[in-house]
Design a binder for this molecule. Structure first.
Ligand SMILES: Cc1cc2nc3c(=O)[nH]c(=O)nc-3n(C[C@H](O)[C@H](O)[C@H](O)COP(=O)(O)O)c2cc1C
Length: 184
C-alpha cells in the first residue's frame, strides 16, 4: 500500500513529528498545499498532521478542500497540542468541531504533546495566547503560558504501530542512502 504524510503547523513541532514519521515509515512528507498531486492521487492511505490554535486545527481548511479525495483513502490523523493528553473530552471536542463527520468516521486519531517557546511567537499569537488564557481562566480551564517542549520521537510509537498493522508495512528499516546508489 502506498502512503503519504501531509501536515500543517506553525513553529516546527508538527513538522518535526511529520519528519520522524516519514523516516520511520519510509513515506514522503509534504506541507499542506505543497503536496505533489500525483503522489496524493495514488496514495492508498494518508497520514494527516496538524497543530491546534485557539481550538482550530491548522489543517482544517485543507481538509475541507480535499474531502472528496480523502474519502477514497485510509486515514490517520495526529494532532499536536498543548492540552494535557488526559483531558480527553476537550481533545475529542476539537475533533468534533474541526473534522467533517465522514472523515472522522474513517480516521484513526492520535494526540501528541507539543512545544511552546513564548519568545518565538508572533505578536498576534502572543496576544491570542494571553486572551485565550484569560478567557479560559473564567471557564475554569488552564491554558499553559509557560514554555514547554514535549516533542519526542517516542510519542509516535503507537501511531507507527497502528499504521504498520493496518497498512501491512514491515518494520524493517530501509537505509535511504542505499536506495540512491546505482545498481551494479
Ligand atoms: C496562540 C496559541 C494558541 C494555542 N491554542 C491551543 C489550543 O486551543 N489548544 C491546544 O491544545 N493547544 C493550543 N496551543 C498550543 C499549540 O498547539 C502547541 O504549541 C503546538 O506544539 C504548536 O505546534 P506547531 O509549532 O507545529 O504549530 C496554542 C498555542 C498558541 C501559541
Amino acid at each position: 500500500m502506498k502512503g503519504i504524510i501531509i501536515y500543517k503547523g506553525k513553529y516546527g513541532a508538527t513538522l518535526q513529528y511529520a519528519d520522524w514519521l516519514g523516516d520511520a515509515l519510509g513515506l514522503p512528507v509534504f506541507p499542506a498545499g505543497d503536496e505533489r498531486p500525483s503522489a496524493f492521487a495514488v496514495a492508498d492511505y494518508v497520514i494527516m498532521g496538524s497543530s491546534i490554535y485557539i481550538g482550530k486545527l491548522q489543517l482544517g481548511e485543507w481538509m475541507l478542500n480535499n474531502e472528496a479525495l480523502l474519502l477514497d483513502k485510509k486515514l490517520f490523523f495526529f494532532v499536536v497540542c498543548g492540552t494535557p493528553l488526559n483531558e480527553r473530552a476537550k481533545l475529542e471536542q476539537y475533533i468534533e468541531k474541526n473534522v467533517p463527520l465522514l472523515i472522522r468516521q474513517r480516521c484513526s486519531f492520535h494526540f501528541l504533546p507539543g512545544r511552546l517557546v513564548f519568545k518565538k511567537l508572533s505578536w498576534t499569537d502572543r496576544l491570542l495566547l494571553r486572551i485565550g488564557a484569560w478567557l479560559g481562566k473564567k471557564k475554569g480551564e488552564t491554558i499553559v503560558m509557560q514554555d514547554y517542549d514535549e516533542v519526542k520521537e517516542a510519542h509516535l510509537q503507537s501511531l507507527i504501530n497502528t499504521v504498520r498493522d493496518q497498512c501491512r508495512i514491515p518494520s524493517v528499516s530501509i537505509d535511504k542512502d542505499m536506495l540512491k546508489q546505482p545498481v551494479k
